[in-house]
Design a protein around this ligand. Structure first.
Ligand code: NAP
Length: 527
């Protein structure tokens, strides 16, 4: 049952007087539950509890953390229909999407469970002592990754499960040994509370310390800002807009003790269509891209918001086909009235720039909260000169840039802000003629796609979901896949430490049987 209260550790609390409700965009009504925003005192209590919990959670074995993560997955599944119905009522997204996202969330939790159960992720490195070394003896030095401390997680409006309460950031932080404080997203606070209850049930069953997890309601930016400023918080995970991520990054940098903020933010995900592909496949490409631009009503961080090609008859035909195809697609509901009004105003701002031509704009009447898809086009020169056109319009919108030639294409790509993805559409043998364009693209993005679409992020160890700023605040890390754990740890060395006092990961006998780098040789052997 949804209570609307905060979880301060395993205690429910609602001592504040600021309340709010979530919204059903399909029905255009507020949902029934009333949520109470966390007070400064409740936030302080939650962070203090997390700091205490860290003292034991940091030393919890990989095996026990794996049991905890799997138990969270089980408890989420046990929420069954209540969770799915709440998700749908708070987002307008269909049941199939809710179930798919739940599967992904559960899969993420289980993959981190496997990682920490096996244990080698700590990157143990051991350099044994060399007492006879000349001119100086060498000490025994042993290194491994250790958790940072309490982590604050902000989820995004468009992924209530996979990038929110028990999403990738939370799963990775628990796997690392960090307590988590979730700043609940106000648009899906009910979904968030249900998932929080699943986490806390699992924590209680497995005997995790109280404070390993808290869920704090908020209807505005204050709760999140207070959390990031709190001295007990040691890192932040954020998924959302560039404006939000940057604001929190700046707050974290101005603290007396600055802390890392791993923000995954917006992106226009450039797609380059090379001339031969354009000539031979423009009809298919137009259909595929009409689908990708409108997928999930354009509410994906990997939405293709920018298509680039060299101008000519083939490109003109492609634009016409894309416009025709996109207008055949039925408009769909967006997540919230605020998101649709931001979409309409950002789109208006983009298409009212000088020398822009709108080639498709859904004209018929649509239901309240439904988005009208739009395609616009512009010359390469105008695009280069006007940075407003480079900004993300979150929704079913894309702009096609008609470049003069390959040099202009390369210049545009190299002047783009950092992006999550870049896509190259090319026919056989064509790509090798555009090596400079490809190199420029690789320099601006975290993932390149060949002859596909950027929408859809596979969860696997080889995935990079992140990229140069502003697609993320730290392009050295991925937010998706098991390597996302590295955001929540730091390297730590023991010098001449007695074997009995070392953690199991670094003991001579290698009781966990993990892979370690011993005197520059990777091995599972003991010493
Ligand atoms: P959002 O408006 O930035 O909100 C995200 C969270 O941050 C919310 O909890 C919000 O709280 C909080 N927040 C925003 N500004 C803040 C500030 N100045 N100070 C403190 N807290 C702040 O984003 P959204 O609408 O949820 O998500 C849509 C955006 O996320 C799109 O730009 C999309 O591209 C991006 N996104 C990126 C990824 C990725 O993996 N890179 C994935 C999904 C979405 P309040 O709502 O209470 O203000």
């Amino acid at each position: 049952m949804i209570t609307g209260k905060n979880y301060i550790g395993n205690k429910q609390s609602a001592s504040g007087d600021k309340t709010y409700r979530t919204f059903n965009p399909q029905l255009n009504v507020e949902n029934t539950p009333v949520f109470t925003e966390a007070t400064p005192e409740e936030i302080d209590e939650a962070v203090t509890l997390a700091s205490y919990a860290f003292k034991t959670f940091r030393n919890t074995s990989g095996e026990k953390k794996a049991t905890f993560l799997n138990a969270i997955a089980d408890e989420i599944l046990a929420l069954d229909d209540v969770l799915i119905q709440t998700y749908c009522s708070e987002t307008g997204l269909p049941e199939g999407r809710a179930k798919g996202e739940r599967g992904r969330t559960v899969g993420q939790l289980r993959s981190f469970a496997d990682l920490v159960k096996e244990g080698s992720w700590v990157e143990a490195a051991i350099d044994t002592a060399q007492p006879e070394r000349q001119p100086m003896p060498r000490s025994d030095i042993r290194k491994m990754l250790v958790p940072l401390g309490p982590v604050v997680v902000f989820g995004a409006s468009n992924f209530p499960l996979a990038y929110s309460t028990a999403g990738g950031d939370t799963a990775a932080a628990f796997a690392a040994g960090c307590p988590v404080l979730v700043k609940s997203h106000p648009m899906h606070a009910g979904t968030g509370e249900l998932v929080a209850s699943a986490i806390l049930k699992a924590a209680e069953k497995i005997g995790m310390p109280n404070g390993v997890f808290s869920n704090l309601n908020s209807s505005g930016i204050e709760v999140g800002q207070q959390l990031v400023k709190h001295p007990g918080v040691k890192a932040v995970g954020f998924t959302g807009s560039i404006r939000g991520g940057r604001a929190l990054y700046d707050i974290a940098a101005q603290r007396e003790e600055p802390i890392p903020v791993f923000a995954e933010m917006g992106s226009v995900n450039p797609v380059i269509i090379l001339p031969e592909a354009l000539k031979n496949r423009q009809k298919d490409l137009a259909k595929t891209y009409a689908g990708s631009i409108t997928l999930g009503t354009g509410q994906f961080c990997t939405n293709p918001g920018l298509l680039l090609a060299i101008k000519g008859e083939n490109l003109s035909n492609f634009i016409q086909n894309l416009s025709n195809e996109i207008l055949k697609i039925e408009p769909a509901v967006m997540l919230h009235p605020n998101i649709i009004s931001a979409y309409e105003s950002n789109k208006q701002k983009a298409i009212s720039q000088p020398e822009i031509t709108v080639t498709a704009n859904y004209e018929s009447a649509v239901k309240t909260n439904y988005a009208k898809q739009t395609v616009a086009t512009v010359s390469g020169k105008t695009f280069l000169e006007n940075s407003t056109l480079h900004q993300e319009v979150f929704g079913p919108y894309s702009i096609v840039v008609q470049c003069e030639n390959a040099e202009e294409l390369e210049t545009i790509i190299s002047k783009l802000e950092g992006q999550l993805t870049g896509t190259l559409i090319a026919d056989a043998g064509e790509a090798s003629k555009y090596s400079k364009v490809i190199a420029a693209l690789q320099n601006r993005v975290g993932r390149v796609i060949f002859n596909g679409v950027p929408t859809g992020v596979e969860v696997c160890p080889s995935m990079v979901h992140g990229g140069p700023y502003p697609s993320s605040t730290d392009s050295r890390f991925t937010a998706v896949g098991i390597h996302a754990i590295k955001r929540w740890v730091r390297p730590f060395s023991y010098q001449d430490w007695p074997n009995s006092l070392l953690p199991n990961e670094l003991k001579n006998e290698n009781p966990l049987q993990i892979s370690r780098l011993i005197n520059n040789k990777q091995t599972k052997s003991g010493i």
